[in-house]
Design a protein around this ligand. Structure first.
Ligand code: AMP
Ligand code: MG
Length: 396
């Protein structure tokens, strides 16, 4: 039997097959987390006109200090209707057009007003409190660039620049199925030997957070006909993710049935813990992940293999897992054979300390649920000493 692949090699095999899906126009209101496929250009200069940064008075700086007649009141949204004459002031609101002729705004809290005049006690600096036209961005300049993931500030920036829709990579359609004759839906009663099925909702949650458009398929019991039906249905998606049935037992049918259905297996088994018996293959343009059934293994596989594939399918510039850096709270023994992903909690406020949760076995999903991070312990000998740097992934 072939040696398990290394974590890095396996990820490269996956990414080599995850080509960006076609792009589509996405309204900003539903664009959070989407990956930009074409540059989005500002429709206007931003601000579109010189605008006041304060409530106050528009003046010529050269006329200050002094007492000036108030020749106009300009509100936000007023069209450009006033031209400031020398030796006059115009009341102006934040966001209103600074009238031609004015070169400074004096904040209202610095002046006193009486009898239609404003007393400005000290000299205004030229350009003070005026936001110049185009000071944030110029019309035609890119506001969002291909490969970036849209987050709140960028979505706000696009709207401000007049962009209503962005061309983004299509969200991958992901079919999630679970295999196992012992599995029953939560909510009902269990017969002896049965357990509640937890992987589908968990994997669906993890993958939806990575941009997937998830369809959950029925549970397939451990017989070939059921596997054939379920896998064939799932193969219509962009990505098929199954859990269970990829180990070496007589009831582990996923790989064999997938192969019969025309899936070309590209790897089986990766030197990681948990999640070693993971399989990956393709049929046509469909990516096929066989995650092991233990819930923590399925979660880790979702994070380290499926999520990067989903990001690549959406055209992300950086589809690889986003490792961050912290330090271990306790000594971590390295495994000679496999890279380990320990479930841990971030603690401390002076740079994250990663504290492994108690209960690191791959069936212990409730213990894992108190973690917010996966600490990567590269395979090797000896230990990572307490306080030493480690890298980790955030759990979705
Ligand atoms: P398998 O990979 O099919 O050998 O399953 C490994 C372990 O995970 C067994 O204890 C299964 O009962 C359990 N398991 C498999 N699939 C699920 C699932 N969808 N939800 C919860 N546990 C599962
Ligand atoms: Mg099974």
């Amino acid at each position: 039997m072939a040696e398990p692949l290394s974590l890095d090699d396996a990820l490269e095999v996956v990414l080599a097959r995850a080509r960006p899906l076609p792009a589509e126009l996405v309204p900003l209101a539903v664009a959070t987390g989407r990956v930009v496929a074409e540059p989005a250009l500002a429709r206007v200069d931003l601000p579109p006109f010189p605008s006041s940064a304060m409530d106050g008075f528009a003046v010529r700086a050269a006329d200050t200090p002094g007492r000036l007649p108030i020749a106009a009141r300009i509100a936000a949204g007023d069209p450009l209707a006033h031209v400031l004459e020398p030796e006059t002031a115009a009341g102006i609101a934040t966001g209103a057009v600074v009238p031609p002729g004015a070169d400074a705004v004096v904040p209202v809290e610095l002046v006193s007003e009486a009898d239609g005049e404003v007393e400005i006690p000290s000299a205004a600096r030229a350009a003070a409190h005026i936001r110049p036209r185009g000071g944030d961005v110029r019309a035609g300049e890119p506001v969002a660039t291909p490969g970036e993931t849209l987050r709140a500030a960028r979505i706000g920036a696009l709207a401000a620049a007049g962009v209503a829709e962005v061309v983004c990579g299509r969200r991958p359609r992901v079919a999630v199925l679970a295999t196992g004759s012992e599995l029953r839906p939560p909510g009902g009663e269990l017969e002896p030997g049965q357990i509640y099925e937890s992987n589908r909702v968990m994997v669906a949650a993890a993958l939806a957070a990575a941009g997937a458009d998830v369809a959950v398929l029925p549970v397939a019991p451990d017989d070939e006909a059921a596997h054939r039906r379920a896998l064939e249905e799932g193969l219509a998606a962009d990505v098929l993710v199954s859990t269970g049935g990829v180990s070496m037992g007589p009831h582990d049918l996923v790989r064999r049935v997938a192969t019969e259905l025309g899936v070309e297996e590209l790897f089986w088994r990766v030197a990681i813990k948990p999640g070693k018996p993971v399989s990956f293959g393709v049929r046509g343009s469909t990516l096929v992940f066989g995650l092991p059934g233990n819930p923590v293994s399925a979660l880790v596989g979702s994070v380290v293999f499926v999520t990067p594939a989903l990001r690549a399918l959406q055209g992300a510039a950086d589809p690889r897992p986003a490792y961050e850096h912290g330090r271990a709270t306790i000594a971590l023994r390295r495994n000679a054979e496999r890279d380990e992903f320990l479930r841990a909690r971030r603690v401390g406020d002076d740079g994250p300390l990663l504290e492994p949760v108690t209960g690191q076995e791959s069936h212990m999903i409730v213990r894992a649920a108190s973690a917010d991070s996966l600490v990567h312990v590269p395979r090797g000998t000896g230990e990572i000493r307490a306080g030493s740097p480690v890298r980790y992934l955030r759990l979705p």
